[in-house]
Design a binder for this molecule. Structure first.
Ligand code: HEC
Length: 216
């Protein structure tokens, strides 16, 4: 019995152990209420990532409404695939072609921030380094033997390191929003619910006093 318990503990821990390998990850602070940062992240996403990746459980319209972008602006500047405003954000790359070209089909990224975590994404996107033995001439500190090219290299070459980090932070922010689009909303609703309960408590207390006056 003890063996079984120990074994199941080990099995629970093993993903943590696997993820904890390699260099420690830097922490990244994401502010989901900062809409202009998320807008910037969305722009980087459609320009640099959607050639290969989709966020197919997310619609353009929802992103526009949540991030405060007008539908016209969304269609003009952020829909690069000819899609309609109500369409899901799908890449035009076919999974079979992706597999052929990269060895692995580029995965859908709608929920990647939940699976990997923000710090992992921030480390991964900044973790590419030259490695002549790899097909794209790059490898990655966070995901060894990566199949993805360093697509942000043009940005990295153009920007100061601090500016580049900020761009990547905004991009991770967009992916974090995408993985949990109702988070900002639920926090706001939570405050309403708590204030309602507080007001209700006041009334309940007054009512109790009223009833007990007669009982006594
Ligand atoms: C040229 C195609 C291509 C582009 C463009 C691209 N990727 Fe990728 N990406 C891939 C491939 C292929 C993989 C699978 C790599 C592997 O598993 O080795 C991948 C993997 C990933 C992963 C790892 C997913 C996981 O959990 O294993 C993340 C995160 C990711 N990409 C984010 C991005 C972001 C963000 C962008 C835009 C800045 C981007 N990618 C642009 C091809 C691409």
């Amino acid at each position: 019995m003890i063996k079984v318990i120990l074994l199941s503990c080990l099995m629970c821990l093993s993903p943590a152990v696997v993820l904890a390998q390699g260099a420690p990850l830097e922490r990244v602070d994401i502010d989901l209420a900062d809409k202009s940062a998320l807008q910037d992240g969305a722009r980087t996403f459609v320009n640099y990532c959607m050639g290969c990746h989709s966020t197919q459980f997310q619609r353009y319209e929802r992103v526009a409404d949540d991030l405060g972008i007008s539908h016209e602006q969304m269609l003009k500047e952020l829909v690069l695939t000819g899609a309609k405003i109500g369409d899901p954000m799908t890449s035009s790359l076919r999974a079979s072609d992706g597999k052929l070209w990269f060895g692995v089909a580029p995965p859908d990224l709608t929920l990647v921030a939940r699976v990997r975590g923000n710090d992992w994404l921030y480390g991964y996107l900044r973790g590419f380094y030259p490695d002549a033995t790899r097909p794209w001439g790059v490898n990655n500190h966070v995901l060894p033997d990566v199949g993805m090219p360093n697509v942000l290299e043009p940005l990295q070459a153009r920007l100061e390191p601090a500016q580049f980090d900020a761009k990547v932070r905004n991009l991770v922010g967009f992916l974090a929003y995408s993985a949990n689009p109702v988070k900002v909303q639920s926090q706001r609703i939570g405050i309403y619910v708590l204030s309602y309960l507080l007001v209700f408590l006041g009334f309940a207390f007054m009512l109790k006093r009223e009833y007990w006056r007669d009982v006594r």
